[in-house]
Design a protein around this ligand. Structure first.
Ligand code: HEM
Length: 506
């Protein structure tokens, strides 16, 4: 019996037992200390090698950034990586802010950096053009998907886009009447999300009709952007947590209202492919014409990528345009006058894309807004090819990750002059415009550049022109700056404004 056995244990036995126990604790502690010292030695050696001996040790930069990714990831999570990188480049003049960067890194068809692999959807098994790092694989996958956004295809949705913009104007009119301040950041984001819904699967997400966020979709998508942008540097964590077949099989990944609606709409579209010609019509047509070469999951990925890449980006661009125009009333007046001179003054509703093409000053203002406040907030990262890559006198060995950051390039005084940080649309109308264009990279450049840029330019021009012609905006607090989070794309929050409808004597 247990009690009898316990009574039989002598004090000597007890002492021997506890000294045995003490010995095994000591051994365990020694083993733990050995592992910790070993790990510490490895970490310190790697850090010292990176800092002092690696072929990149001569590249100046923040000490922490030279030994670990945590410097960058900390700024990604804070949402200020664009400014932190500009500060670092100013202080250390890292060579990829060199004017040759866009040509030698983006136009040279290099492999993309491993960060992009985080974009497989729904899990690591399913490749798509954004996640593919090998240019050949990327181009093969894009072949079926990207033509959905050619200008002629996007123009087929112009009427639906106009109906969406009309809902936005209805909301603005309501606020103009009541005199209440309007949260344009929200309304513009509702609009660009609903436009993606229309253009991709002829089904808006319903934000504008409701005039409100649905099921906290925008708050959730901000958290998702922060997560994806940071975890891309440690993809194994993402695979372990979410992007694995078990999670996909169980269907418990919390994508939220927008992705759930998108996936539902794609299924509806597959069952009834004869709707308006939209992006998913194009994809299902490609799937039918390329059996064995295109797969059904590529359509889900394409829809996911459109939703992830096509809403916050355009919203930030439109907000940047309105914000800088509001702060430069002369530019606002001149753009409006240009439209009146072009015979568009009487238009109350959405301006057509064709009409916006005849407005050079408005186009210069839009271009300048994307330069000074680019919606792409992460470096476009590539890997140095075999034989290495020479930029600005520095040679980077094969495999080095090199990135061109739109904000760093667009804010470089070396490229744009002393007024690099000022909103100056005139620069695009000067004789210098062709030189400047070579360093203008809001949509990236080369084989991996943004496939949705026709749609983005169309939305920017139509919404920007329509608001400038028909409304006056005034900040509630003129001192309040633009707020934003710089994840992979930038999520902007322009300050609240009063809105007034321009009176027209028609
Ligand atoms: C002003 C708005 C936009 C900006 C500034 C922008 C910018 C960019 C940039 C910089 C990239 C990455 C390029 C690289 O990695 O080198 C990208 C990728 C991408 N963008 Fe955009 N974008 C915008 C709007 C849109 C829209 C409206 C769509 C479509 C609905 C879209 C769809 C995509 C997709 C699918 C990718 C992934 C690349 C691929 O699949 O080939 N974007 N965009």
């Amino acid at each position: 019996m247990t009690t009898a056995n316990a009574a039989n244990i002598s004090p000597a036995n007890r002492t021997r037992g506890s000294s045995k126990q003490a010995n095994s604790y000591a051994m365990a502690l020694l083993a733990l200390a050995t592992v910790l010292v070993g790990l510490g030695t490895i970490i310190v050696s790697v850090a010292l090698w990176r800092r002092l001996l690696s072929p990149l040790s001569s590249v100046p930069g923040p000490a922490l950034a030279s030994v670990t990714r945590f410097w960058h990831v900390r700024h990604v999570l804070k949402g200020d990586q664009n400014r932190a990188l500009i500060r670092a480049h100013e202080k250390y003049e890292v060579s990829v802010s060199h004017p040759d960067g866009p040509k030698k890194i983006l136009l040279a068809t290099l492999h993309k950096a491993d960060w992009y692999k985080v974009a497989t959807f729904p899990d690591g098994r399913y490749m798509n053009p954004f996640a593919a790092t090998d240019p050949k694989v990327k181009n093969e996958l894009s072949k079926h998907v990207a033509p959905a956004y050619t200008l002629s295809n996007v123009l087929q949705s112009e009427e639906a886009i106009d109906n969406t913009i009309a809902l936005l104007l209805g909301l603005l009119d309501k606020f103009a009447k009541s005199g209440e301040p309007v949260r344009l950041d929200e309304f513009v984001s509702f609009t660009t999300s609903d436009v993606v819904g229309e253009v991709v699967f002829s089904k808006p997400f319903g934000f504008l009709k409701k005039g409100a966020d649905i099921a906290g979709a925008f708050a959730a998508s901000e958290a998702q952007s922060a997560y994806v942008s940071a975890v891309g540097f440690f993809r194994w964590i993402h695979v372990l947590l979410l992007a694995n077949p078990v999670m996909t099989g169980l269907g418990i990944v919390p994508w939220g209202h927008i992705i759930d609606t998108a996936m539902g709409a794609i299924k509806e579209r597959q069952a009834n492919p004869d709707g308006r010609f939209d992006a998913s019509s194009h994809w299902f047509r490609m799937l039918k014409q390329n059996p064995g070469r295109m797969h059904r999951h590529e359509i889900d990925s394409a829809a996911f990528n459109a939703v992830a890449a096509g809403s916050d980006t355009v919203s930030s661009g439109i907000q940047a345009f309105l914000y800088y125009m509001m702060r430069h009333p002369n530019a606002w007046r001149r753009a409006r006058q240009e439209m009146q001179d072009a015979g568009l003054g009487g238009r109350q509703g959405p301006i057509s894309f064709a009409d916006t093409q005849g407005l050079p000053y408005l186009q210069a203002c839009l271009k300048e807004a994307l330069r000074i406040f680019g919606p792409g907030a992460m470096g476009l990262a590539r890997r140095a090819p075999p034989g290495g890559l020479e930029i600005g006198g520095q040679t980077f060995p094969e495999g080095t990750t090199l990135s061109v950051h739109p904000w760093v390039i667009h804010h470089s005084k070396e490229i744009w002059g002393d007024d690099a940080r000022e909103f100056n649309p005139e620069r695009w109308l000067s004789t210098d415009a062709a030189r400047l264009d070579k360093n203008y990279v809001p949509f990236g450049l080369g084989y991996a550049s943004c496939p949705g840029q026709n749609l983005a330019r169309m939305e920017l021009a139509k919404i920007g022109a329509t608001i400038v012609l028909n409304y006056d905006l005034r900040q509630v607090d003129p001192k309040q700056d633009m707020r934003y989070k710089a994840f992979f794309s930038l999520i902007a929050h322009m300050p609240p404004c009063y809105v007034e409808r321009v009176r027209k004597n028609l």
